[in-house]
Design a protein around this ligand. Structure first.
Ligand SMILES: NC(=O)c1ccc[n+]([C@@H]2O[C@H](COP(=O)([O-])OP(=O)(O)OC[C@H]3O[C@@H](n4cnc5c(N)ncnc54)[C@H](OP(=O)(O)O)[C@@H]3O)[C@@H](O)[C@H]2O)c1
Length: 311
């Protein structure tokens, strides 16, 4: 009787969102996945993922959730919220980490964010608690990788796709400062491949991950106008005016863009060098922009086929 080794069991924390969906597509083919988050996902169900409804900040029987788990991947975080909201989730993640140490999991991957300006690192609950958890992972004694991708692109992203929709919809697009700050977006599918490689590695460390090209912000927005077949038309704002605009959007309850995101962007710290990946190279942004543009314009290809599928 053949006894094939069982697939590696991954516990994924917070995999219900944009990155989580990419992880399922990349990893469900040859891993068992136990996914912990609050809202059911059809994608996970159809990929045969074991979803256990869990608020990671709440009371969780971690010893049970971690039973037979070989590796943990954490992607849970919020994009905005109060100090208490971040603290509660952070405290829950600390309990998950302590239980992972007790259970002796072989590997822990934490998806984090690149360095931000000091003013944000030291005061913004989003970053203060994120860093506390990153540091706890680094000091845990587990074999780990802390992955810090630049802005991610892919279906359902919250930056580039949103910018494309705004450019499509409105006659002018805001140009933040002189447009010289740098940004190197990386595909969410590439981040998922990095996670796979990090799971297979035994090296511990912190990795900043950029996409294949470091753009000036204005080059990026020009490329978006070009993909949409429009002439670039900007509403030019000083750095301070850009921050004021973001504050105003926040004040009226919009989640389009947060003030801290503009400050981070203007700092140029999102222009990270390309991530190192084995095998095929990193995905370029332009095909994604073209696919989004076709979708927004409802275009068909000349042969009448549907636009390229966005993954
Ligand atoms: N998006 C980017 O451009 C980007 C760039 C760099 C780094 N990152 C990092 O990548 C990670 C994932 O980002 P994302 O864009 O995928 O965010 P997302 O779409 O908002 O997904 C985050 C997921 O975390 C889960 N979650 C949040 N609070 C939870 C809680 N208390 N208990 C259980 N699950 C919880 C949510 O699932 P439920 O609602 O089902 O609970 C949500 O679907 C984050 O750590 C983020 O900082 C993202």
């Amino acid at each position: 009787m053949s006894s094939r080794p069982r697939p590696r069991l991954l516990l994924v924390g917070g995999g219900g969102g944009f990155v989580g969906r990419a992880l399922v597509r990349e990893l469900a083919v040859d891993h068992s996945i136990r996914s912990l988050h609050r809202h059911a996902s059809t994608e996970e169900r159809s990929a045969g993922v074991e979803w256990v409804e869990t608020d990671l900040g709440g009371k969780v029987d971690w010893d049970q959730r971690l039973r037979d788990v070989d590796a943990v991947v954490n992607v849970a975080w919020y994009r905005s919220g109060s100090e208490a909201r971040f603290r509660v989730l952070y405290e829950g993640l600390e309990r998950m980490l302590a239980a992972s140490v007790r259970a002796g999991v072989a590997r822990l991957i934490q998806v984090s964010v690149p360095e931000a300006p000091d003013s944000l690192e030291t005061t913004l609950p989003y970053l203060v608690y994120k860093r506390r958890f990153d540091h706890s992972v680094e000091r845990s004694g587990l074999s780990y990788a802390v992955l810090r991708p630049s802005a991610l692109f892919g279906v359902g992203d919250k930056l580039l796709g949103v910018m494309m929709r705004s450019i499509h919809r409105y006659p002018f697009f805001p140009m933040f400062g002189d447009g010289a700050c740098t940004l190197s977006p990386i595909a969410v599918t590439d981040l998922a491949r990095v996670v796979r490689e990090a799971l297979d590695s035994s090296e511990s460390g912190r990795y900043d991950l950029g996409g294949p090209i470091v753009y000036r912000y204005s080059e990026l927005t020009d490329a978006m106008f070009a993909a949409l077949g429009k002439r670039p038309r900007y509403w030019r704002l000083s750095a301070r005016g850009s921050l004021r605009l973001a504050s105003l959007l926040e004040a009226v309850g919009s989640s389009l863009l947060y003030r801290y995101e503009v400050e981070w962007l203007l700092s140029g710290r999102l222009g990270l060098p390309p991530a190192a990946l084995r095998g095929r190279g990193l995905e370029r942004l332009e095909p994604y922009l073209r696919a989004v543009a076709m979708e927004l314009r409802g275009d068909r290809s000349p042969a009448g086929a549907a636009p390229p599928t966005l993954r």
